[in-house]
Design a protein around this ligand. Sequence first.
Ligand SMILES: C[S@@+](CC[C@H](N)C(=O)[O-])C[C@H]1O[C@@H](n2cnc3c(N)ncnc32)[C@H](O)[C@@H]1O
Length: 365
Amino acid sequence: MDESFERAKEFFLAGVRHYEAGRYEQAHAQFEASLSFVPQRASTLMNLGATRIQLGRFEEAAEVLEEATEVDPSDAQAWAHLATALAELGRHEDALRCADKALALDAALASTWSVRGMLLRDLQRPQEAVESFRKAIERGADAPLHEYYIAAITGEAAPSQTPARYVQTLFDSYADGFEDHLVEVLRYGAPGILAGGLPQREWRSALDLGCGTGLMGEQLKPRVARLVGVDLSANMVGRARERGLYDDVVQADVTGYLASAKEASFELVTAADVFNYIGELAPVFDAVRRVLAPDGWFAFTVELTVAGADVELQPSMRYAHSRGYVESLATRCDFEVAALAEHPIREDQRQPIPGLFAWLRNPRT
Ligand SMILES: C[S@@+](CC[C@H](N)C(=O)[O-])C[C@H]1O[C@@H](n2cnc3c(N)ncnc32)[C@H](O)[C@@H]1O
């Protein structure tokens, strides 16, 4: 019995070391090995559940975390992880109950206040969601990120751009299933529409802003000699590189990259479904104007505002822009508006997202 306990402890500690170093597959194997010596140990079950969350195995995570909460109902962390797993599975009401249990046991769990806020937002309980995000900030959660969540719900004090950390976390975790989900489930076809509206010519150089996994690049490659992609998310950049369509894929913020690019160095700049993560577009337009060659084209999408303001941060946590705003920026930058087309970008919760497709031309010679 003692020997089993010692072996279980060794595997457990090795699991914790792997987990802390981000080696989740190895951590998983160690926690499972530990449980084979001492089954039903709450802390091991809890760590195994947390590891499965990191591996995106939410169903199995929930199973083992439910067991952990049965073995030790006073383990706040187990309830907190169970809330996260259930939230990922779309079981909002169950997840909320678990988050409340975790917070009743330990009100200092900042990340659980944050999960709770997201759940309440999805459950259309905005005021309580805002209170939860405020509690998360008080408990030490990332303040700019949570202020952004609050601004998206209240519509007040929106920052000019989505915090980089939000974009990176969202798209790093989304990169694996991105294309199937976006194209099959959300009926995303923006890259094809944008490419279809470009003049039939060969381009010497093109820059794809927020290139993601490379869906836009796929459309452009046959007509472009040198194709560069830029994206903030490391995992999206990894996917785009694997695809082998781009001559270079840079992990950077759109505006930062444009500022470092040479003047008039691209004949074509594209941004498909990206400006909804950038609120204030004037700096991007100015920067694109600088890097665009004479007779170069700038093709992009925006989500269209419903209420009519120039820029709106929506509860979806994406920005929408008005047609008038896009037109006034084009005028300000001396771009010629070759075409504007209102067309849904994709769906969200089975509803089409109203969008504007824009093709601008740099007429300067
Ligand atoms: C919805 S995806 C679209 C990807 C691709 N353009 C497509 O059509 O499939 C948005 C992408 O923009 C990237 N992104 C958002 N804000 C960004 C920023 N400020 N700088 C660079 N990339 C950004 C995200 O990481 C993500 O890969």
